[in-house]
Design a protein around this ligand. Structure first.
Ligand code: SIN
Length: 425
């Protein structure tokens, strides 16, 4: 699908268009909405807060994808499988890495300006467990926010109906298939929206934990609604803990990209403990690093470990200016806490970050409840196994959001769902 296809999409004009409700407004939901609209569906996007306030907006590190000639889909696939601890679904991983570059180019066409070097080439970012620096970022460490803004602008222009401050109470079911959504709008009024298909893009469930990098909207209600509707969910035990959030004040994420740039972890004696844990030290898979931090903290009375970014450039002044330019969001958060991370290591701890499990789907986001799709963090596509590779989450949202959005019109017309559960025409 080209930018032109997405721009021409004007859903809702034709009364025979399949009616699609997308619940959630992060990269997965908005991509699904745009693709469904472009294939002729009348789309309504429902979101619990305002459209922009999805978890996507907080993604710092970037989006992983094979965008450079000396990288390969085989290498990205291998890294994803290894990080996933042998529990990924290889077919889903193959789809992710082979279709990823197309989706990243689609974001670029929608106006996402990934950071470029002086020579005009995209800046290559390295994160843990990647064998190649394939992570593109925007605004330094504001990648999610830049992507979210571009998608929100496009969805507004697409003619999709948008309902904000609407909480998903339940999925409506009729004749064995999903028939719409039951919403609580503005905390006071119930509203039912009939639909031929519903796409759950409700994100994760970090707010189940006292310490999380997730915003207040990540409450797992999409998974709960899917369960009540009879959908299969799995791998809910695989909750990823991010190794580094500031241990001072709110759990503010310090991107893995900081370690990708060379920052190291130390215990309170200043010892670089990851050297004894894994050959890739601080760039070992995220679960390995998070567990090691938890062990070190347990051995030092629960006190945080230290993230040392002081040596990233030859002088303190150069380090300070590099950190401010490469990580402006984190730099501001660190300094707001009265810390100077160019001068001294800063205290960090782990926090709940990402749910690998969720609502089971096939390779087009279809769940086992006819008419119900799940994309993004709410879904269990199988791409993450037991531990998601860094920066594969935005990619998964884009790839499987597009796949679901593209599949809906023909599914509703009867090409996929069993006849007994097709909507009445
Ligand atoms: C980070 O920037 O460290 C988080 C990226 C991710 O969760 O993939």
């Amino acid at each position: 699908m080209t930018r032109g296809d997405l721009e021409r999409a004007q859903p809702g004009e034709d009364p025979t268009s399949p009616r699609v409700v997308v619940v959630g407004s992060g990269i997965a939901g908005l991509t699904a909405a745009l693709h469904a609209a472009a294939s002729g569906c009348a789309v309504t996007v429902v979101t619990k807060d305002v459209l922009e306030h999805a978890n996507t907006r907080f993604a710092q590190g970037g989006i992983a994808g094979v965008m450079f000639d000396d990288d390969s889909a085989a290498a990205h696939e291998r890294d994803t499988l290894i990080a996933g601890a042998g529990l990924c679904d290889p077919d889903a991983v193959r789809v992710l890495v082979t279709e990823g570059p197309t989706r990243i180019r689609e974001l670029i066409a929608l106006g996402v300006a990934f950071d470029r070097a002086a020579d005009g080439t995209y800046v290559k970012g390295l994160e843990a467990a990647h064998s190649y620096p394939r992570v593109l970022h925007a605004g330094g460490d504001a990648t999610g926010s830049v992507i979210e803004k571009a998608l929100v602008a496009r969805v507004h222009a697409s003619g999709a109906q948008i309902i904000e401050h609407a909480f998903l109470v339940n999925l409506l079911l009729r004749g064995g298939r999903v028939a719409g959504v039951d919403l609580l709008v503005d905390d006071r009024r119930r509203a039912a929206i009939e639909a031929d298909a519903v796409v759950l893009a409700t994100g994760g469930a970090g707010c189940l934990y006292a310490h999380t990098t997730n915003p207040s909207v990540a409450t797992g209600d999409g998974i709960a609604a899917a369960l009540r509707a009879g959908a299969t969910v799995s791998d809910l035990e695989f909750f990823q803990f991010h190794p580094t959030v500031l241990a001072d004040g709110d759990a503010f994420l310090v991107s893995e990209a900081v370690r990708g740039e060379g920052a190291v972890l130390r215990d309170e004696q200043g010892r670089r403990f990851m050297l004894d844990v894994h050959p890739d030290a601080e760039l070992a898979p995220r679960d390995v690093v998070a567990r090691a931090i938890a062990e070190v903290m347990a051995g030092q009375g629960g006190r945080p470990v230290l993230l040392d970014a002081t040596g990233l450039r030859p002088t303190r002044k150069q380090t300070a200016s590099f950190l401010a330019q490469r990580f402006p969001t984190i730099d501001a958060a660190v300094r707001a806490r009265g810390l100077d991370w160019a001068r001294e290591p800063v205290p960090v701890t782990t926090a709940a970050h990402y749910l690998m499990g969720g609502v089971d789907t096939d390779l087009h986001g279809r769940t086992d409840v006819p008419g119900l799709y799940a994309v993004g963090e709410v879904a269990r596509t199988g791409v993450h196994g037991a531990n998601r590779l860094a920066s594969n989450s935005l990619l998964e949202g884009a790839v499987f959001g597009a796949r679901a959005g593209d599949a809906i019109a023909s599914d509703v017309a009867g090409a996929f769902w069993p006849a007994a559960t097709r909507p009445a025409t």
